[in-house]
Ligand binder design. Structure first.
Ligand code: GTP
Length: 325
């Protein structure tokens, strides 16, 4: 079986860091988001096809230098085709059925159970749904008594939402859906294609447990905390010798962090320099950034080669490449 992973978006909600680093290569809990997503694939998946677009060359280089456990093949778009267009462009030789994933879903789901549900009901597809407190920012499913999806309501008000079950960005589909995607123009899979497939029976896989669309700073940092707590960090180190505070942390061995204090849930990438008395908590520091003496970074993402000046406090911020704060 194959998986089709959508990885071509601009990641606008994580700007300015995504101006230079594609969202899927931002490290969380010690390794890039994409690799956590690929970790979710069950062993029955023989190949993951990555539908790339924005910064496809950067992703291709990284993946070639750091081969994931599952074999991957990349198919790049020359212009953004939307989620549906990306599927059509890259999905020419999908298995039947195939697994479809967004590349920013961090979750504790049983993907094998999702695939089993697809085989069991035999409809055209199965969408993973998660229950959220407030469904209004999402596509919300209306379900019948057999858990067949009757329709999706996009971004309803809380009162108008037909349920609290939303599309989690992970599904199993029959191969024929690829041919149902219009060719030649950008297409949204969720909004322009899925509604037309519901008549061919699409069922819900109601997932429980952790789920996060790690596409915003808050959610990315929440996903990082979960990955550490769930024992799924790419690297989990004790706080380095010469530092104080608490883990969990993932500190690259090439980073210099002498004299710093950690407050938990921190990723420090390669060649980062953290000065004495600096404080880091609930944050991601990308490679070659500098956090000077006595500075603090809390609940933030610091881009590559950025610099936080001595004594400065960065809180709830995203700094882009080479930014100064
Ligand atoms: P925002 O700009 O912050 O909304 O992020 P995004 O660009 O990633 O968009 P969104 O989170 O809605 O996208 C969901 C998934 O589809 C992500 O995994 C994206 O990488 C992917 N995606 C979005 N647009 C495209 C596209 O035009 N082509 C391809 N191949 N993938 C896309």
């Amino acid at each position: 079986m194959k998986a089709l992973v959508l990885i071509g978006g601009f990641g606008t909600r994580l700007r300015p860091v995504t101006y230079s680093v594609p969202k899927q290569l931002i490290p969380i809990a010690g390794k890039p988001m994409l690799y956590h997503v690929l970790d979710m694939l069950p062993p029955t998946i023989e190949q993951a096809v990555l539908a790339t677009g924005y910064k496809a060359d950067v992703i291709a280089r990284y993946v070639e230098e750091h081969p994931p456990k599952v074999p991957v093949r990349m198919v790049a778009e020359t212009e953004p085709l939307g989620t549906g267009g990306g599927m059509r462009n890259a999905g020419g030789d999908m298995s039947d059925p195939f697994l479809l994933m967004n590349s920013d879903v961090i979750a504790g789901f049983d993907v094998t159970a999702l695939l089993a549900r697809q085989t069991e009901h035999g409809g055209i597809g199965t969408m993973t749904l998660v229950e959220v407190e407030d469904p209004s920012p999402y596509g919300v499913a209306e379900l019948d008594a057999t858990d067949r999806i009757l329709r999706f309501v996009e971004k309803p008000t809380r009162e108008e939402a037909p349920s609290r079950w939303i599309n989690a960005g992970l599904g199993a589909w029959k191969r024929e859906v690829i041919g149902r995607i219009p060719d030649g123009a950008p297409v949204s899979w969720e909004q322009q294609v899925v509604p037309g497939l519901l008549a061919d029976r699409v069922y819900a896989f109601r997932a429980t447990g952790f789920w996060e669309d790690a596409g915003t700073p808050d959610r990315l940092l929440r996903a990082q905390r979960y990955l550490f707590e769930a024992g799924r960090a790419g690297r989990r180190t004790s706080i380095p010798t010469g530092t104080t505070g608490n883990g969990p942390v993932a500190v690259d061995p090439s980073a210099t962090v002498e004299g710093a204090t950690f407050g938990g849930s921190v990723t420090v990438s390669a060649h980062v320099v953290v000065g004495p008395r600096a404080y880091l908590e609930d944050c991601v520091i990308l490679e070659r950034a500098t956090i000077e003496a006595g500075a603090s970074v809390v609940h933030s993402i610091v881009g590559p080669r950025a610099r936080v000046r001595a004594g400065h406090r960065v809180s709830h911020q995203v700094l882009g490449e080479a930014a100064e704060a």
